[in-house]
Design a binder for this molecule. Sequence first.
Ligand code: SAM
Length: 228
Amino acid sequence: MQNLKLNREIAHLAILQRIELCSPTLKKLRKLLGRYFFTNILSKYFINPVQISKNYHQLMTEELVIIEKYIKNKDKVLSIGSGIGGLEILINQKFNNHISFIEKNYISKKIKYGWDSGNKEAYNNLNLLETFLLKNGVKKEKFEIFDYDENNLPKSKFDLIISLYSLDYHYEYDLYRDYLTKVMKPESVLIFDTIRPDYFSQVFKTVKVLKKDFNTVHKSKRIVCTNV
Ligand SMILES: C[S@@+](CC[C@H](N)C(=O)[O-])C[C@H]1O[C@@H](n2cnc3c(N)ncnc32)[C@H](O)[C@@H]1O
């Protein structure tokens, strides 16, 4: 298995999607110069793509270890808000399953985290996502990418749905509530990060906490939900 290699354009997206990939200096400059300057200048031109590739590969490998036992025998996977898709590449390399992606196709000028501003914030480029998947050996027939804003979301049922630091972290669960009801079977597994795991005990029959993040702004928990 080859390490994930991010060119400057993809590394730029990765930094916006995963702030922990920033060097301490870049984080300081972000505080000093503001989010607009960070999003449009610093995170594009003041980064080291080789170092970011290493760190990103490591981070995604750790994410895979956390959710791995829920992926076996799941042929149809949906990823909501995958970012550049490194985790999904590792999943496909290991399990050779089919992965559908729902993402947004623009980069907000000034990234804000959280549920405010009507859930409009996004930081992805779907052409770059496709290129990154193909470059890392995911076969064309093994994935499909859907632009959230084009209103043609996939209608088939999925065995596994993952949404790391996106659904109910970056925007409210309600945005996908009805859609998820349609594409989940009772035994489908949904994994995502949320600040309100207790609330989901009322939505799903089984909810288990996989991971707790206490050092982040949102202090979220990663939960795995099913209806069996
Ligand atoms: C914090 S990043 C997480 C990326 C990736 N899951 C990871 O763990 O590295 C959140 C992602 O959600 C995407 N996003 C924002 N709104 C979305 C929506 N309504 N549907 C799908 N993705 C969305 C953003 O473009 C961004 O790539």
